[in-house]
Design a protein around this ligand. Sequence first.
Ligand SMILES: [Mg+2]
Length: 423
Amino acid sequence: MRHLQQHVVDEYEGCEYDSDYSDASMGSDLSDNVEVDFGILFDVDGVLARGSSPLDPAKRAFEKLKDAQGNLRVPVAFVTNACNRSADKARQIGNWFNMKVQPDQVIHAPTPAKLLRQYHGKHTLVIGQEYRLDIAEDLGFSNLCTIEDIKEAYPLLDMVDHENRVRVARGEYTENPQFPKVDVILLIGEPCRWETDLQLIIDLLLTEGKPTEAPRDPHNVPQLPIIACNMDLVFMAEACMPRFGHGAFLVCLEALYHKLTGKPLKYQNLVGKPCEITYRFAEHTVSQIARNMGITRPLKRLYFFGDNPSVDIVGANLYDRYIKRRDSNGNAYELPVSRLIPQLDDLHEQTVEDCHSMLVGTGVYKHHPQEEQKSSSPTSKSHVYHGHRDIAHEADLSTPHKYVHDVYEGIEYIFKRESVSLT
Ligand SMILES: [Mg+2]
């Protein structure tokens, strides 16, 4: 492999569409076994697909990214806040674009919890819906229980379920005080019926994981570690209005805990976009993919495609800030505890110097250039911040480095910016 002489446009380009590229014909042909030193990350829904249908510009983009043998010429990974089994998603993306996608290339909201090894052997209550146990095991958690297990062990707790009240009144229950203490709460996604989960999670938090007797002082109980994956307050589905996401469940949990104890709920870790740990994990993943492709140069630039300014773009810009402001030991600047990134030897070295946020107009975001100044203004009265409590609102963070109409246009932009031929 030979090294590619790259010319990179360094100036900040705002989010206006800008066709003033350098001449692509001056670049090198990627099909000629050239080593690149950049990687590309894609959000999935709204960027590559809508629901289960791939978008045409995404199909054309991947044709450009593949060589004659159908192999990708640039290291890529997929970063979604959805909560599925990675093997299923990898198969789906592979089928959409007629290429091989490894499960490790797909980063779901909970995936970076693989790094939180100190909790993997602890007795963990996992909250979510279908496949939550499979997903938690895949992350490395080996000692799991569900809300149904808690409900069965402590049948007197769930009085928000009126059928359970009737069962208890009839004496149709058996308690199991030997049920092991819960050590960690892993919130993978919103449960199906929130009220039981909210009650029982609060019970565990007020009793250090063993709700067999009331706390002497509920205001001073050491809090169990909580790991929360995906903070999206709402998301768009088929309905005419946004739907509650996992972030809405977290708001309820935080409000109840604060109301009952007078203290803010603490998160041990927040994972999923827009938190830095997800982008760090994505850099690690794409660096490993680059190495497996035979690329020996360290990756210097990441391009992140997203359709949601307040999630994808805020996250990419936060990571860009993180890598530019961290100290020589890799420690982050003043991040809240919940957003610290574990420093692990088996994480690929952090080499990226720029994380370039790329906003597309094929999903949540609708581009109105004439309104851009107005809507992105921090003083805009119409703006209500939907982000998580532990991520302070900064309007500028949702401004991308580059706006493109779709992901195909984005790939053209990247290849020209990197002086790589599109042939
Ligand atoms: Mg999206």
